[in-house]
Structure formats: C-alpha cells, structure tokens
Design a protein. Structure first.
Length: 103
C-alpha cells in the first residue's frame, strides 16, 4: 500500500466493513431480540457490533500501513495490535452504548 492508493483502499475497506457490519448487526440484533425480547438491548448490540466491525476494517488498513512506515514488519506484530484495538473498542462500544441506552 502506498500513499497514492491509501485513500482508495481505506474507502473500499470502509464500504466492505459497513456492509458486513450491517449484516451481522442485524442478524445478531434479531437473535438478541428473540432471545431477550428487549428492543433496547438489541439496539445496543447492533450499534456496538456495527461500530466494532467498522473499526476493525479501518484498523486492518491503518495498522499495517503505520507499522510499514515505522519500518516494522506488519506480519510480525500487526495481528496482535489489530486484535488489541478491536477488543478495546468492542468493550468500549458495548459498555458505552449499554450505559447510554439502557441506564
């Protein structure tokens, strides 16, 4: 990935992440609704999953790019950093949305 095509790659990953996020947020939100019969909990899950998948797709582009710019092999540490970013954001998104919407 170069600076010339970085913008196009980020846009493509964001589109794919949005489609994937909407699909899985709808599926898991629907399962949550049928299981718990609580619309606000389903909405909370939907928002958290959508946000987490979007952050994961963007991080999947930015983390290797940043590591490459720092002359660090992205294959060696990219997966660890990406997992950490998505886990931290996932907790913040779910607990933050839960606090805002359910309390």
């Amino acid at each position: 990935m170069t600076d010339a095509n970085k913008k196009a790659i980020v846009a493509k990953e964001l589109k794919v992440g949005a489609i994937n996020g909407l699909l899985w947020a709808t599926v898991i939100g629907g399962i949550t609704y049928f299981w718990f019969e609580t619309p606000m909990l389903s909405l909370t899950i939907c928002i958290a999953i959508l946000g987490n998948i979007l952050v994961a797709s963007l991080s999947g582009v930015w983390v290797p790019w940043a590591l490459d710019k720092l002359n660090i092999d992205p294959a060696l540490s990219g997966a660890v950093i990406l997992t950490t970013v998505t886990d931290i954001f996932g907790f913040i998104a779910f607990l933050g949305c839960g606090t805002l919407l359910l309390m």
